[in-house]
Design a protein around this ligand. Structure first.
Ligand code: AMP
Length: 415
């Protein structure tokens, strides 16, 4: 089956077309046929398109909304100039998999989209006011443009974490707030943590229930996940993606009393402070330079910039803290797995995070660590380490495509 994977953000649409099916999943032989990104969807959009094995195409076109963007992608896909193998009409798209950020407490796995599912996703808008409306726009547009004959599946970022126990997901605030307003920790990046856990057990030849690892998704957004017996037992993002690790522009954990204090001192509104904590904090906030880890590492190396170093040090220390917390919470683990743009590509950051962790039998092999970058997968720990370290590049789109096939064919998930 050719699956169109759609990831709609507030002003962007990312897509991939992946050929997959039950037998291809079994053989790990699914194929990415094409992909791309449309940014600045409202206005003069920037379009990047790529057919596997061919050069990237970049264009700028005026597009009004997400529907226009998806229409553009579909037209390009079937046009002679894209030449995607075996797709020359819309009939070549057999199903659509949508990334949906928030499934609330309702969705614990991927589901076929129908009107009832759409209204339940709408119910979760107040929990993810920036993301779910964009995801819904993508769903409505794809349904309208492809017609009712093409099944559509929702894959939720929160679903993997639905196995968290109450002790992990409840905040220690008055319980009625959970009852009345569903205030609890949901966690995000679930598709990434789940994919990485799946690859880990494949590499190690383990059963799902034997998977006891800490996964670290370190990209522009960052989260850690404690995976015990194959299930998420805790994760660092909470009610929103703001909680937990230090990220590109999010500060992660902090004392909530700061909001009132900053409001009084700086004369800011709560909304402005929320924006500041999400968009102007983290690596960007501490360094005052950039949210981009690569640039910070360059600033530190070339100009010995003190605040660049500080931002990186705070980032690494927070990750270290979560590794320790999760080890205690899980009663030990077999491996720590790095993924995401930073986790997959920066040997220096992995080294700084693991520095001093010999005390928990986690040591890196310098050579293996520095060689495992740019999409490479493998173990990077030293021979004596009993808590192993691995790098596993994430592939959320592949997991969405696979879940779409399994859901359409009504085959229970086996990952
Ligand atoms: P993501 O959101 O997963 O695409 O990750 C983006 C982050 O990964 C940015 O902070 C990048 O600077 C960072 N990144 C990508 N490549 C490298 C690298 N070679 N060294 C350090 N950071 C990197």
């Amino acid at each position: 089956m050719n699956i169109l994977v759609l990831n709609c953000g507030s002003s962007s649409v990312k897509f991939q077309i992946i050929e997959t099916d039950l037998d291809l999943i079994e053989k790990n032989a699914d194929k990415r046929l094409a992909g791309g990104l449309i940014e600045r969807v409202v206005g003069q959009a920037l379009i990047t398109l790529e057919v596997e094995g061919q050069a990237k195409i970049r264009r700028a076109e005026p597009l009004r909304d997400h529907r226009d963007a998806i229409d553009y992608i579909l037209r390009w896909m079937i046009s002679p100039d894209s030449k995607i193998s075996n797709i020359n009409s819309l009939a070549g798209i057999h199903a659509v998999g949508h990334r949906v950020v928030h499934g609330g407490e309702k969705f614990t796995r991927s589901v076929m989209i129908d009107d009832a599912v759409i209204s339940q996703i709408e119910d979760s808008i107040e929990l993810a006011p920036l993301h779910n409306p964009a995801n819904l726009k993508g769903i409505h547009a794809a349904r309208e443009l492809l017609g009712p004959g093409v099944p559509q599946v929702a894959v939720f970022d929160t679903a993997f974490h639905s196995t968290m126990p109450e002790t992990s997901y409840l905040y220690a605030i008055p319980y009625q707030l959970y009852r009345r307003h569903r205030i609890r920790r949901y966690g995000f990046h679930g598709t990434s943590h789940r994919y990485v856990a799946y690859r880990y057990r494949q590499i190690m030849g383990l059963k799902r229930e034997e998977t006891n690892i800490i996964t670290l998704h370190l990209g522009n957004g960052c989260s850690a996940c404690a995976i015990k017996n194959g299930n998420s037992m805790d994760t660092s993002m909470g009610f929103t993606p703001l909680e937990g690790l230090v990220m590109g522009t999010r500060g992660g954990d902090m004392d909530p009393s700061l909001i009132e204090f900053i409001r009084n001192k700086e004369g800011m509104t709560v909304r402005e402070i929320d924006t500041m904590l999400n968009k102007q904090s983290g690596l960007l906030g501490v360094s005052g330079l950039t949210n981009d880890m690569r640039e910070l590492l360059d600033e530190e190396a070339e100009k010995q910039d003190r605040r660049a170093r500080l931002a990186i040090d705070i980032f690494c220390m927070r990750v270290k803290k979560y590794i320790g917390a999760y080890l205690a919470e899980m009663g030990g683990a077999d491996a720590v797995v790095f993924t995401g743009g930073i986790g997959e590509n920066s040997a220096a950051i992995r080294e700084r995070i693991c520095d001093g962790l010999e005390c928990i039998r986690l040591g890196l092999d310098k050579k293996k660590n520095s060689a495992t970058i740019n999409g490479k997968e493998g173990e990077i720990s030293s021979s004596g380490a009993t808590l192993k370290a691995l790098v596993i590049p994430t592939n959320e789109e592949l997991l969405i495509a696979r879940d779409t096939v399994r859901t359409v064919k009504n085959v229970p998930r086996r990952w």
